[in-house]
Design a protein around this ligand. Sequence first.
Ligand code: G6P
Length: 606
Amino acid sequence: MCGIVAYVGPKDAAPILLEGLQRLEYRGYDSAGVVVSNKGLKVRKVKGRVADLAKVVPVRFKGGLGIGHTRWATHGVPSDVNAHPHLSADERIAVVHNGIIENAGELRAKLEADGVVFASETDTEVLAHLIAAAVDENESLEEAVRKTLKSIVGTYGIAVIDAERPGEVVVARNGSPIVLGIGEKEMFAASDVAALVRYTRQVVHLEDGELAVLKADGFHTFASDARETAKEPLTVDWDAGHYDTGGYEHYLLKEISEQPETMTRTMSGRLDERFHVAHLGGLNMDARETRGFRRVKIIGCGSAYYSGQIGAQLIEELARIPSDAEPASEFRYRNPVVDPDTLYVAISQSGETYDTLAAVQELKRKGGRVIGIVNAVGSAIAREVDGGIYLHAGPEVSVASTKAFTSTSVAFALLALHLGRVRDLSPADGRRIVEGLRKLPGQIEQILGQGERIAELAKKYAPHPSMMFVGRVRGYPVAREGAQKLKEISYVHAEAYPASELKHGPLALIGPDMPTVAIVPDDELLDKNLTTLGEIRARGGQVLMVGHREPDAKLADDVIVIPKNEIELDPILLTIPLQLFAYHAAVALGRDVDKPRNLAKSVTVE
Ligand code: G6P
């Protein structure tokens, strides 16, 4: 959500900032801006995309110090004026900010009473005025920022420059990520490593409450009480190539197509053919502890939550431990009972989603044992949890999650196998699951091979204003994720229901205008699912079935047949055709597939 880039060094900052913002655009994209320092601050900002900003940045926009921002509006509509950076009245201080300042109204009223005139409707602008007032009292920039932040309630990742100190940037973090990039006689900062990897792979993650001063020849970090902090740089595994579309028309199609490899990486080194177990060293838990849990509670947001539902199912089936998933935001706000015998699992691709992070912090505060299933190495949630499983799926750029979803589901299969095999899951069943997992990448290749046919079906169904998705038990989270993908990128209204619930209400919606995508795996519930298809067709509803074989009678208008795995693992494969269906529906409708309206890749505000 929103992107920040900062540069200080011998080169011109503007091209570096624009390139970095481009890489961060998936995090927020309603307006963008840059400021560079060169005998005063020079600003350009526009409503629109980074490409629109690039058009208004002149070639001679010189200066080796600058900060930039791509915005996802919270306070104030997307507009040129509300775009960041925000400047103090004397144009000495410039600030870019991610997050929300909760006491902005109060601070603004005080500043206005003192005669300050605000240029924008944003919460961020108060920072520019407050920092300017502090530097006017002869504070250094770092002191001015540090003292100002003491009066701030809310979340922030910020970068600040001062026209009178052309060699330094001050950055700070509280709830919204800031990563420093260490270059050769140059320094960078960004809200995401994606903006840095083209220039350096040596990075430092700031903790909440930490600040840093960057100069061309180095940096230092300190806490909110001004004490210096010691930081060890990390080397990022991903390089700039991981952030390219790699010849695909969209990141989304690239990420869908990568799933055989990403899934292989999630399993790599973790499957044991001798004892038919999973090795998950990152959990930091011995067998005795692992046996002790009596429940599993899974939390996450959006697609992460739906993959958690698949995970809960896998754990119940394979380990016979009662498990359930809940949206992280619901969980944190209902004052949850935190039980010492429950294993809590937080899921997040980005590792930065604020609601999930806040739920983890609430759990930790109450003494809960929390593990994470996270893609972004070193991210806030990964650092907060007691242990976990990294997905190793590589950067996911498209806003709609695909490869992280399936890799999370695979991570859950590994966790379920691990929990099961220290309990009552037999070696034979363990072997069955290990062999099933090994088969997944090849079977995904086969489904990807049906891309053209799925594109035809998507074209056929996309013009309908609404679609129903149904599934039973293992198929239900698949239906939910399928509906989620369709609505987020194609804007076609899609509802997911348990197939068994259809007759208790939503059947009233079924008719020629409302087709149904039915998830019908070849499992013990096949007959029940086929009965549901009959009920839909009897009401004039069209059916697109996704399953393992054509039904005997004509119960579906169209069928996508996919390879069969073990029944517990089938949901992972059933998801793939639905990703392709949503992708091709969005393309057919001319949508901005990778950057759907109103959404952002990682939501770092409440
Ligand atoms: C946003 C994205 C979703 C994503 C969710 C959770 O809402 O648009 O695609 O599933 O955040 O993200 P996380 O990074 O925590 O998995």
